[in-house]
Write a protein that binds this ligand. Structure first.
Ligand code: NAD
Length: 352
């Protein structure tokens, strides 16, 4: 066995149907008494109801979270938290809301209780992102890692079908790249394969019946594992490409991940055979790239970057940006094969 380093991240996870009922106790366990509830404007009603259920433990609701955490939103949220004397933040929502909690914690060390309602996985990572003048910078800092995560599958039944699928494949991308990461290790790889398996099994069932609680639980369990992988080991070409596509062309985050992943797996196929075997095994298929493509296409996800807002003229810019400061990748990142990858993803072709 190859020597390896494993970093365990400190977080407490409460998982299961109805676990939201334990939020009050979890606030008490943190020693907090004045919780700030964070959400997006779309989830304001849910945030207000949560705050009402907390009674005097809730100090206020800030429902202004948006994608990619603009610095102005982060500053306004920090000021709001200070004004109401918050001593913990409750992030109710997806990666955008958790991201806002992280931006507050980065400067104030305010403890976060995350209550994820998508499969993005941010709640399990010490990674934060902040966008200033259109440029997103990311970093790692343990202060932003949520102290407690409450996974209640009941909260995900309202996640629309399309977003459930793309968010789930976004999670699979974390695990897939974790399996061939430069700092991959056997423990994280166990979580990665099991996370892909759970999502591969759960997502088609959620697509058939979004109210299926068992399928929702399986997907959320998978998302937790995949998020843990993202928090533990480095990511590669896929995440670099999606970061570029999302940041520069403002493509929707989960959709971009869903389209690009199969193509990156095809690109890396021969350079990471063990990882590919594990991804394929988790999806009960022969080939990792084809299996991810089929999971997306068969369940109705977009398969072409041109269908989610990328223009043909953008491809050259994307290529140049992706080649600039590339992340480590098992196969060298070279202009010509990368151009083919991007063109295939643009047109929605089956990965070759
Ligand atoms: P999101 O948080 O932007 O949510 C998308 C929309 O769905 C929002 O309007 C939200 O209110 C709504 N929504 C969420 N859950 C819902 C539910 N259960 N029912 C109905 N509507 C619901 O999307 P996301 O994909 O979760 O997060 C994307 C963001 O997270 C990106 O900015 C990405 O960069 C970031 N991210 C960060 C990390 C990290 O480790 N730092 C990891 C993954 C994603």
């Amino acid at each position: 066995m190859k020597p390896f380093v494993y970093n365990g991240l400190p977080s407490r996870v409460i998982f299961g149907q109805g676990s939201l009922d334990q939020l009050g106790r979890e606030i008490d366990l943190l020693g907090a008494t004045r919780a700030l509830v964070l959400a997006t404007p779309q989830q304001r009603a849910q945030a207000d109801a949560l705050a009402a259920s907390l009674g005097s433990r809730a100090a206020g609701v800030y429902a202004e979270a948006v994608m990619h955490v603009p610095v102005e939103t982060a500053r306004a949220a920090r000021e709001f938290a200070a004004r109401i004397g918050a001593d913990c933040a409750i992030a109710l929502g997806g990666g955008s809301t958790t991201g806002l909690g992280k931006a507050i914690a980065l400067e104030t060390s305010l403890p976060i209780i995350a209550i994820p309602t998508t499969y993005a996985g941010s709640e399990m990572t010490p990674i934060y992102g902040l966008t200033e003048a259109g440029v997103k910078r990311t970093g790692r800092d343990l202060r932003v890692l949520p102290k407690t995560v409450i996974y209640d599958p009941a909260l995900t039944t309202t996640l629309p079908r399309a977003l459930s699928l793309t968010s789930g494949i976004n999670a699979i991308a974390h695990a897939a790249e974790g399996l061939y990461a430069q700092d991959a290790n056997p423990i994280v790889s166990l979580m990665a394969e099991e996370g892909i398996r759970a999502l591969g099994a759960g997502l088609p069932r959620v697509m058939q019946d979004p109210a299926d609680q068992e399928a929702r639980a399986e997907c959320l369990y998978g998302a937790w594992l995949c998020g843990s992988v993202l928090g533990s080991v480095g990511m590669a070409l896929h995440h670099k490409l999606c970061h570029t596509l999302g940041g520069t062309f403002d493509l929707p985050h989960a959709e971009a991940h869903t389209i690009v992943l199969a193509h990156v797996l095809a690109y890396n196929r021969d350079a990471a055979p063990v990882a590919m075997k594990r991804i394929a095994r988790a999806l009960h298929a022969d080939d990792a790239a084809q299996a991810v493509f089929d999971l997306a296409r068969d369940n109705g996800a977009p398969t072409a970057l041109k269908d989610i807002g990328l223009k043909a003229d953008d491809l050259d810019v994307a290529l140049t940006l992706a080649l600039k400061n590339p992340y480590w990748n098992p196969r060298p990142v070279e202009r010509e094969p990368l151009r083919v990858l991007l063109e295939n993803a643009f047109e929605g072709r089956r990965p070759t």
